[in-house]
Design a protein around this ligand. Structure first.
Ligand code: MEV
Length: 316
């Protein structure tokens, strides 16, 4: 039976998670690991069957099962799929290990959107795939900014700014002089993005003045980070990542385990380290000075019992 394939990249946020939900600009990068979706005709009467063979950190799929079901429902609605008339078998695989912070739900959505488009010969543009993935992310995670699905669909390093009036979001591909040697460390804790984003919203409503100041400070971090990245000033990028992390602590999205990972990374020469994505667990992004530094940080993290994955951001 003929199978149609689609891929969706994982992502990591260098600057601006959570702030991006409120219209502040963020910088994120796709990583080369991706989710692969295969769509084929299903047996009559079976509706839409999802076979999820993606690798995961322990417990991820169980914690995310409601979110995944909502995403699937939204994709079915978006593409007006009549499961009774055209049963589908959707199989997920790929080398993106599902964990909080890596954009796994967005990769699921954009890979399936791409594969469904191919299956029905819809000739979808990236923009249309991104729209479908955003609809799925909205159903799954409440009020997403759209940064995850954008990275997952387009790939590359980019500046993303949500249009708070509901129009087109700003997406600008970012060229960097020197790619970044990164270690993505896993705390092993899975969080629900929806819940953490809702908690931050509550916190913001309780403390508007505190958030106004934090947003102002973040804006400065972003303004300094953009030229530092473009010029390949890794030491400066690292310092700014640390400052971004301080602000994330203030808005209550860090946690002990994230802080432990950061401390191991910094003691072993990381130029900067911060949580990436949802927070309160998930992944920590650590910037190393060079390849040797990257090896040292990764080895120290592994020795301390954390998963550590080396990756290069902004490379060709
Ligand atoms: C999640 O990867 C990033 C958040 O900023 C939520 C979002 O942007 O939708 C926490």
């Amino acid at each position: 039976m003929e199978k149609s394939r689609g891929i969706g990249y994982g992502k990591t946020i260098l600057f601006g998670e959570h702030f991006v939900v409120y219209g502040l600009p963020a910088i994120a990068s796709a990583i080369s690991d991706c989710t692969v979706a295969e769509v084929e005709a299903g047996e009559p009467g079976t509706g839409i069957t999802l076979i999820d063979n993606r690798p995961q950190v322990d417990g991820y799929k169980e914690t995310k099962k409601d979110e995944i079901a909502l995403e699937m429902e939204a994709l079915q609605k978006h593409f007006r799929l009549d499961a009774a008339k055209t049963p589908l078998k959707i199989t997920l695989s790929g080398n993106l290990e599902c964990a909080s912070g890596v954009g796994a739900s967005a990769a699921l959505a954009s890979s399936i959107a791409r594969a469904v488009g191919a299956h029905f010969n819809l000739d979808l543009t990236d923009e249309q795939i991104n729209e479908a993935a955003y609809a799925a992310e909205t159903a799954g995670s409440g009020t997403p900014s759209g940064i995850d699905n954008t990275c997952s669909t387009y790939g590359g390093m980019l500046v993303f700014e949500k249009n708070m009036q509901g129009g087109k979001n700003k997406i600008e591909l970012l060229g960097v002089k020197r790619p970044l040697d990164i270690v993505l460390a896993s705390t092993g804790i899975t969080q629900e993005t929806k819940k953490v984003v809702a908690d931050v919203k509550m916190e913001k409503e309780k403390n508007p003045e505190k958030f106004r100041k934090v947003f102002e400070e973040y804006r400065q971090v972003f303004d300094d980070a953009l030229p530092a990245l473009r010029e390949g000033d890794a030491a400066k990028v690292g310092k700014l990542m640390d400052r971004n992390q301080e602000l994330l602590r203030k808005i209550t999205v860090s946690c002990d385990e994230v802080e432990k990972v950061i401390s191991v990374a910094k003691k072993n020469g990381a130029l900067g380290a911060k949580l990436t994505g949802t927070g309160r667990g998930g992944l920590v992004i650590c910037l190393a000075e060079n390849k040797a530094g990257q090896g040292k940080v990764a080895a120290a993290l592994e020795k301390a019992g954390y998963g550590a994955r080396k990756t290069l951001l902004g490379g060709k």
